[in-house]
Design a protein around this ligand. Sequence first.
Ligand SMILES: *[C@@H]1O[C@H](CO)[C@@H](O)[C@H](O)[C@H]1NC(C)=O
Length: 113
Amino acid sequence: MNRSIATLLFLSLGILFVCEGGNPCCSQPCQNRGVCTAIDGNSYECDCTRTGFYGHNCTQPEFFTWIKMSLKPTPNTVHYLLTHYKGLWNIINSISFLRGQYHEISYVTHLHV
Ligand SMILES: *[C@@H]1O[C@H](CO)[C@@H](O)[C@H](O)[C@H]1NC(C)=O
């Protein structure tokens, strides 16, 4: 069997097994796609890297996330912004783009340290 598939199977079985024992991560406390890590039987930590959120449960929006959320609370508002403030939307898009670049750079730097 392919080694990585075997590892994946092993990990999924491990997660199932741990969940029966009352792993705090099984209730999925980490919001916004944060990655949960159990510390012991009843506490956990959320890795909020790349989610745009911070806090114990990744529920606090970062500054840029907050701006984006404030600017598009409803699809109608998004449509309105897109049709009336095209320039503004371009600025928001380039901010997200720059943020993405920054993450890529730091990721690559970590790999080469
Ligand atoms: C995180 O989630 C847990 C379980 O949903 C909750 O009890 C706790 O108060 C939350 N903590 C924060 C800082 O939001």
